[in-house]
Design a protein around this ligand. Sequence first.
Ligand code: GLN
Length: 452
Amino acid sequence: AHLDRIAAVDERVHAFLHVDTEGALAAARSVDERRAAGDELGPLAGVPVAVKDVLTTKGVPTTVGSKILEGWRPPYDSTVVQRLREAGTVMLGKTNMDEFAMGSSTEYSAYGPTRNPWDLDRIPGGSGGGSAAALAAYEAPLSIGSDTGGSIRQPGAVTGTVGAKPTYGGTSRYGLVAFSSSLDTPGPCARNVLDAALLHQVIGGHDPRDSTSIPAPVPDVVGAARLGATGDLTGVKLGVVTEFTGEGAEPGVMAAFRESVEALAKLGAEIVEVSCPHFKYALPAYYLIAPSECSSNLARFDGVRFGLRVGDDGNRSLEEVMSLTREAGFGPEVKRRIMIGTYALSSGYYDAYYGQAQKVRTLITRDFTAAFERVDALISPTTPFVAFPIGSRTADPYQMYLADLFTIPTNLYGGPAISVPCGLSEGLPVGFQIMAPTMADDRMYRVAAALE
Ligand code: GLN
């Protein structure tokens, strides 16, 4: 049924870069056979799932939305994908994204934009716009995203779906094509909170193949979502982030947010205001740290080891082939990030830019730590604005960066955060963000399920 739905609508939505029809049918048949044989089945046996094209899939094309990896079929599965298979899910295919997950609208995909099912002339958010649009268009019931600065939550917000960024290290980065290694976090996308929790439970937990993986079990996110669904938040203390509720957000977004805050209070939650004075520096700090790490990570795309190779005619030097390959293979936003990062890391500028940004990161972490001494979770709108028209923010990179104003602090800190739909503004979905302390992912699911 989902393959039929994809065939019917994806020409217009373009959520998928690759539909693995054969693989999906084979996986579905194998679940049927094992069920018939009385085998024990995984917790999500037979449930279709779409996977952001940033995660390696054995034998199935993985492009990261970039020409530089066009045609690459990885020889191995990422841990997240391996766990999806073990849980019995049926992988439908790979979803569209901004090239190397750098962007906020999926317009920077080398394979053309994804469209928002709510209004096909608008963006579905980014970088994981494909994973969110696939849910909103009913092409998949579950999908996987990755969140470096908001790329799971922000597309969730603007497509009226749920997106959760787990605690950094709570889901494995093994086989996640690296953008910014100290921030990248794979996570679940779904149409409701319980589904997201069920998916989170399956993909999360310690992985010895990722040195930054936390050696602890997944917090009880499913139990928390079920508890939240009872609608009782007595004893839960929530902090509205002062810095994220002043200017910066559209009035319609703020109105929907305020209404949801009132709804949470009615469910018994205690609401207070919490100031996080350093959050206003999160965006500039992120746009030094993320490009710095990207400039280092993307050095591996040298035209030798993976994917594209340009100009290798037997007469050119290795350096010429590398530079021709990278010139042709990377899009403008990726090149901009590599240049910013290389500059920020260069000797003479390191202390002024990268070093300074790292200090700001520490101050932001302290804001979170101080806040969580007072409240159980912090709340804000997920994005400052609803889905914008395709093409309206590509001329000025800064306008695009602003889309992640409210999501980025969490990545710098490393904690979990979720976006859950909270009504409409001008007929378009608005997202509500809940940020929790590291390894307290269960808390955000409880609040999100209550709000839903
Ligand atoms: N929009 C942010 C960026 O362009 C975040 C992307 C992400 O989370 N992958 O870097």
